[in-house]
Design a binder for this molecule. Structure first.
Ligand SMILES: Cc1cc2nc3c(=O)[nH]c(=O)nc-3n(C[C@H](O)[C@H](O)[C@H](O)COP(=O)(O)OP(=O)(O)OC[C@H]3O[C@@H](n4cnc5c(N)ncnc54)[C@H](O)[C@@H]3O)c2cc1C
Length: 404
């Protein structure tokens, strides 16, 4: 830290107490940096506490960025297996593999095209016919066409991991202020030099926005549409006897779910049945068409669930990007500011390695990954027209006349 700075000054201020902010704060604390993490609500109260808890490696379907996506997310998956011991926590990680189930010819065609491309990029994925898929997951309906099996993919308890990271960061000296809202970035000349919050001003050499969908609210300099809030909804059933051996996705991965320890089955998706497909607002509210759609999908895939009660549902806000990949690294033209945001529907598959990599970068180390595809300023040049290969941008694609 620079000598002579006022007391409320830090090496790094991290805004956002989700999995990304906590992962980064932990890694910075390991490196003995003076860290302040500021969170407007509580730790893990945003998307990180409202998601499906499914994790895996990214795909090579992102044109031009596939290798960079795979390099980071495969390392993240490796780190998932060791972080529990490192932090001394149990976050219920299990990695039995994931199943992406095809119930229509269109989905089956998509899986047949995707698997060779993903295998070439290094993913351990395999096509299964209906018989093979049902051997792995006997509860599946006989009506499926087939599935993709992704070895090593799995699921976890998000709260356990995020609070484990936050707790470890605190033990190592990081300061965490919850119920504290960042209103503005402070500037000293060109440089971002701190934040103004609901409990005062704080200065730092570096400010990192780990604010996911909320990032545009703090950073009007981002071209409109660089990160779009997208509401996702999830339902949870009453506990049932163990019946799902794998996390599952279906319908181009737009629907997904898993059985959690203790027996409840969690399932989400059907954002396309939401008002405006859930895009463009921050209301954490469930809607009947979406929850009904999810329930229908669950009983279609697993007929044994047809008389099972739904006991809970919730909504959370993701940060979608036009090209489906996040914004990671220094913000162009704004020295002192770094972004770690826009993780679409899969932030847990990135958070451990992103935190470690950004901590190294902020300490001036060379990082062993190609971060260029994730450059936060890229949309100023390439525009924000939707080209997200998975779920994002359905409404705008529909408006543009593409098939959704
Ligand atoms: C329904 C649903 C299902 C999902 N399923 C999965 C899944 O199965 N697997 C997976 O990997 N991912 C899944 N995701 C996505 C995943 O949850 C996110 O990618 C991930 O949690 C993003 O983490 P984050 O730390 O970047 O953002 P968040 O967890 O949203 O954290 C950002 C934090 O910043 C805080 N903040 C924002 N503005 C301010 C401010 N001005 N001042 C102070 N604090 C501020 C917010 O309160 C919030 O806590 C799902 C998401 C949803 C909603």
């Amino acid at each position: 830290m620079t000598a002579g700075m006022p007391r409320e000054s830090y090496d790094v201020i991290v805004v956002g107490g989700g999995v990304h902010g906590c992962s980064l704060a932990y890694r910075l604390a390991v490196r003995k940096k003076r860290v302040l993490l500021v969170e407007q609500r509580d730790i893990c109260s945003g998307a990180s506490g409202r998601n499906g808890g499914i994790t895996g490696e990214g795909s090579s379907l992102f044109a031009g960025a596939g290798d960079a996506v795979y390099a980071l997310t495969s390392e993240n998956l490796r780190m998932m297996s060791t972080i529990g011991d490192e932090l001394g926590i149990d976050f219920q990680l299990t990695r039995p593999g994931g199943l992406d189930v095809a119930t229509t010819e269109a989905q089956w065609d998509h899986l047949q095209q995707a698997v060779p491309v993903q295998r070439a990029a290094g993913l351990d994925v395999h096509l299964l016919d209906a018989h093979e898929a049902r051997k792995l997951e006997p509860a599946l309906t006989p009506d499926i066409i087939g599935a993709k099996f992704a070895r090593g993919h799995g699921h976890l308890w998000p709260f356990g991991l995020v609070h484990g990271l936050a707790g470890a960061a605190t033990k190592l000296g990081a300061e965490i202020r919850t119920n504290t809202t960042v209103f503005n970035l402070l500037r000293r000349g060109e440089r971002v030099s701190g934040v103004t919050t609901s409990s005062g001003q704080f200065e730092a050499e570096h400010v990192v926005l780990a604010t996911n969908s909320y990032t545009p609210l703090l950073l009007p300099e981002l071209p409109a549409g660089s990160i779009v809030p997208a509401r996702g909804q999830i339902l949870v059933t009453q506990p049932v006897a163990p019946m799902l051996n794998h996390a599952f996705g279906t319908n181009f991965d737009k629907e997904y779910g898993r059985q959690v320890p203790g027996g409840p089955i969690l399932c989400g998706g059907f954002r396309r049945l939401d008002e405006d497909e859930g895009l463009g607002h921050y209301e954490e509210r469930v809607t009947l068409p979406v929850i009904s759609g999810i329930a229908g999908c669950l009983t279609q895939l697993y007929p044994a669930l047809k008389d099972i009660q739904v006991v809970r549902c919730w909504a959370g806000i993701m940060g979608f990007t036009p090209d489906g990949i996040p914004l990671i690294g220094p913000m162009d033209g704004m020295p002192g500011l770094t972004l770690s945001a826009g993780f679409n529907g899969g932030g847990f598959s990135w958070a451990l390695i992103t935190g470690k990599t950004l901590a190294a970068q902020l300490c001036g180390d060379t990082v062993p990954f190609d971060l260029s595809p994730f450059r936060p300023g890229r949309f100023a040049e390439k525009g924000t027209a939707w080209n997200n290969p998975f779920t994002a941008g359905e409404a705008s694609r529909a408006r543009a006349g593409h098939e959704v």
